[in-house]
Design a protein around this ligand. Structure first.
Ligand code: 4AD
Ligand code: MG
Length: 459
């Protein structure tokens, strides 16, 4: 008899009550008494565990199946749960041990800290927290695809190996097929001999290629891994993260802000509707009033503040910041947190940053000092979206490239987009893991990815 997913058994319980079923899974908890024992079994298809009742007169290998994380295949009768008429359980007729689990299994019943579990990336996914996280991550990804595809965006796959640095921050991981050798006398000799005959790296953003696609397909988005050799060892920076980057032709800064707002509301709405159990779990263990917070984001307007006004707000605050606040300074986490957690208490777009702080591709405002760029900051996490209108004027863009000492020849394709039928266009990048932090209340980005990558951390 084929086994049934625990998800299906619970979702379609009326079909199964009174019938023989086979379920497989891992023992998450067990309780033993004189004549009966109980197992809570999870097969990963749902956050919920299924209770298995073992009548010791019937099941003879009870001792073998009690240890945590033993893998079992249970045959028995599905019945209405004795202590909950809304739920079902299985009265076992036989339990086959598929895989034993000895007592040195490092995740025992006591609650383990997330730090401890980070040391066990291959096993932590078996805990409720990570079960809920990866289920949510999957649903969130689906919701994002649905949002764009329903609105006729084209999903574009951009290269992961690139020869340009989109963000200009020099945080590129090199890609090379050559190992260490003293054969090469100069860097040029080494690069010439390398796979591409030039320096190559892992993408820090799909935007530049995304713009190429948008100049033909109009509305596109990318959804893929992004790599940054960022030296910041913080709870919200990863060396590898996933970014969703829509690029929209004929959209100006206000249009893209509207799109970003609508997308965030839409994906949160989907998650609230379709991940009720997971959100309830995170609310219980990680963030009080999480559902209320998320529902409020869906229901209310986002705030918007000009960078210059934000600087004034920070200056007037009575708060002692570690990093001094002056017009022209980059907003540090403490500044962002003050704006989101104490002033606005909801998502806020900070708009029109000084051009010196931002990348070369952003549209230069008429004041000569700022660019049409915005970051969306949210309480508890800080920046989740980096967004801008792109500079569509060939000469201004070329000047920005030169001003930053970048090599024009590396950006000729990109400049061509401004030579051949240039149009206003805008886009943004949403960090998937940062979004997950916001959706779950999980405070460290390392707990949103299966195998997190950060400086000095490679498991
Ligand atoms: O603000 P960023 O650097 O913007 C770009 O890369 C633009 N090219 C996007 C675009 O306009 N198409 O990064 C965008 C987002 C950030 O807001 C943040 O959510 C996430 O990517 N992000 C990171 N997430 C985790 N770890 C890091 N080191 C991150 N750096 C950026
Ligand atoms: Mg940014």
């Amino acid at each position: 008899m084929k086994h049934i997913d625990i998800f299906d058994l619970i979702a379609r319980k009326s079909e199964f009550v009174g019938k023989s079923v086979v379920v497989c899974g891992w023992v998450r908890t067990s309780r033993d008494s004189k004549t009966v024992a109980f197992l809570e079994v999870n097969d990963g298809t749902t956050l919920k565990h299924l209770q298995i009742v073992l009548d010791k007169a019937v099941i003879k290998n009870v001792d073998k199946v009690l240890p945590l994380c033993t893998a079992v295949r249970v045959s028995g009768k599905c019945v209405v749960a004795a202590n909950n008429p809304e739920s079902v359980e299985v009265n076992a007729e036989s339990v086959v041990v598929l895989g034993e689990c000895p007592p040195e299994y490092p995740i025992q019943k006591k609650p383990h800290s997330l730090e401890y579990l980070r040391g066990l990336p291959h096993l932590r996914v078996r805990t409720n927290t990570f079960n809920a996280m990866f289920r949510l991550r999957s649903k969130l990804s689906e919701a994002i695809h649905r949002y764009f595809l329903d609105r006729h965006y084209t999903y574009v796959h951009t290269p992961i190996i690139t020869g340009s640095d989109c963000e200009g921050a020099g945080e590129i991981f090199r890609v090379s097929s050559l190992g260490y050798s003293n054969k090469y006398k100069t860097e040029k000799e080494y690069n010439d001999a390398d796979f591409f005959g030039k320096t190559a790296g892992l993408t820090v953003s799909a935007q530049l290629e995304g713009e190429v696609a948008a100049m033909a397909l109009g509305k596109i988005y990318t959804f893929g891994p992004t790599f940054r050799a960022e030296n910041s060892n913080t709870a919200r920076h990863a060396a590898e993260f996933w970014q969703i980057e829509p690029e929209v032709a004929f959209a100006e800064i206000d249009d893209i802000i509207e799109i970003a707002t609508e997308m965030i509301k839409s994906i949160i709405g989907t998650v609230l509707k379709e991940c009720k159990e997971e959100i309830a779990f995170f609310e219980k263990f990680y963030e009080k009033d999480l559902t209320k917070k998320l529902q409020a984001v869906v229901d209310s307007e986002f705030a918007r503040v000009d960078y210059s006004d934000a600087i004034n707000i920070l200056k007037k605050s009575k708060k002692q910041f570690v990093y001094p606040v002056e017009w022209g300074c980059d907003l540090q986490t403490e500044h962002e947190r003050y704006l989101t957690d104490e002033v606005y208490k909801k998502p806020v777009f900070v708009v029109n940053y000084p051009k010196k702080l931002k990348s070369f591709y952003m549209k230069q405002n008429a004041d000569g000092k700022t660019v049409a760029a915005t970051d969306l900051l949210v309480p508890g996490v800080g920046e989740i979206i980096g967004c801008s209108e792109r500079e569509a004027d060939y000469h201004k863009l070329l000047q920005a490239i030169k001003d930053r000492g970048m090599k024009q020849q590396d950006y000729e394709n990109y400049l061509d987009l401004r030579r051949f039928g240039s149009v206003p266009h805008s886009g943004f990048g949403l960090g998937l893991e940062r979004m997950l932090m916001y959706l779950t209340g999980i405070g460290n980005i390392r707990d949103t990815a299966l195998y997190p990558r950060a400086k000095g951390e490679l498991r």
